[in-house]
Ligand binder design. Structure first.
Ligand code: ISC
Length: 369
């Protein structure tokens, strides 16, 4: 399917299906998720292809959503089904924004804010800026992401400015089918290890860590609070489970529910949830303000949401993490980590390095960022 990917197309693969939207029959390049939740259903009611696909940024209203001219729906990615690795050139220059040292200082400053203000958690991110000698083809990186990440959400979204958002997120913000909704918030992380004994220990230590469980509980609480008004029933497991990606362990809580009104759309629900404390913080407005002060870059579409909604209101929206924006010979990768009172600055720098590996590995890079 990816062989046919063109700039401005949207590719989205989930554990349930793969979608490729070609061309733009109707596009929105403005509007918040809430605003588009209002107007998208009207357009879909008469559209030839009854599905809108795309992405929303972390903040602001630069939506990138489109009803495609044609839509292909295929099987979900499966291990071993993608061919050999696609070649991606090595970057000529890599720069961390801010530097690793400055990121550690920002984590310390954030821990101070948590001690001195009502802020309980904020997810501080770092960016890697990569420069290449030649333009890089987004679909090659996505093909490599698909080879490794068959159980998450792998995507490429052509953005209105010509750049491409691409990544492999392990985190489901919201899926809706009929009256059934599900969300799988993740928070709390540890590195995977090539050594099976160390790997198992890393996972077990994460599951037992009070700091990580607290960090995780804030996300689950926020998701439950946002979904409750829409749901007749909600099932929330009392304990988080361990979720493995090829590079990271996470704590995750699979939440399911039944809608009071099955007509509530997946986009409406995603808008009500976004941004959760897995990418922003608690309380949300204060976290957003503090992150704006401490992060020396614009997050763009990182920490936003990416997915699709159809005419019936069914859809899937993933949290846009483990991702980057590619524009010709420049690529920006993003990774963040939840900071709480007990966070250690150097461990947090290491956690962002580990999270960058999802994209760096798909680019054939041995870089440790
Ligand atoms: C914000 C990111 O991850 C989130 C999802 C899982 C675990 C997280 C954590 O442990 O901090 C983050 O909340 C990211 O990868 O950039």
């Amino acid at each position: 399917m990816l062989e046919d990917y063109q700039p401005r197309d949207v590719f989205f693969a989930s554990p349930r299906r793969s979608l490729l939207g070609n061309g733009v029959a109707h596009g929105w390049d403005g509007g918040t998720p809430d605003e588009l939740a209002e107007c998208v259903p009207e357009v879909l009611a008469d559209a030839e292809v009854p599905v809108a696909l795309g992405a929303f940024p972390f903040g602001g209203n630069d939506s990138a959503l489109a009803v495609p001219k044609t839509l292909r729906v295929g099987a979900p990615p499966a291990p071993g089904r993608q061919g050999g690795p696609a070649r991606v050139p090595a970057p000529e220059r890599v720069r961390s924004v801010p530097s690793r040292g400055a990121h550690a200082e920002a984590v310390s400053a954030l821990v101070g804010r948590i001690a001195d203000t009502p802020l309980r958690k904020a997810v501080l991110a770092r960016m890697l800026e990569l420069d290449f000698a030649e333009p890089v083809a987004a679909e090659r990186i996505v093909a490599n992401l698909l080879r490794e990440n068959t159980s998450g959400y792998t995507f490429a979204v052509g953005l209105p400015d010509g750049a491409t958002l691409l990544g492999a997120s392990p985190e489901l913000l919201l899926a809706k089918r009929g009256a059934r909704v599900s969300s799988h918030p993740l928070a709390g992380s540890a590195r995977r290890s090539a050594d099976p004994v160390v790997d198992k220990e890393n996972g077990e230590a994460l599951a037992a860590s009070a700091k990580n469980r607290d960090e995780h509980a804030l996300v689950t609480e926020a998701v439950v609070e946002a979904l409750r008004p829409f749901c007749r029933t909600l099932h929330v497991p009392p304990e988080p489970m361990l979720v493995a990606t090829p590079t990271m362990w996470h704590l995750g809580t699979p939440i399911t529910g039944e809608l009071r009104d099955p007509g509530t759309t997946a986009l409406r629900l995603a808008a009500a949830l976004h941004p959760t404390p897995a990418v922003c913080g608690t309380p949300r407005a204060l976290a957003r303000q503090v992150l704006g002060e401490l992060e020396p870059f614009d997050r763009g579409y990182y920490a936003g949401t990416v997915g699709w909604v159809d005419r019936n209101g069914d859809g899937e929206w993933a949290v846009s993490i483990r991702c980057g924006e590619l524009a010709g010979t420049r690529m920006r990768l993003y990774a963040g980590g939840g900071i709480v009172a007990a966070s250690d600055p150097l461990a947090e720098v290491d956690e962002t390095s580990a999270k960058f590996q999802t994209l760096l590995r798909a680019m054939g890079s041995e870089l440790t960022a």
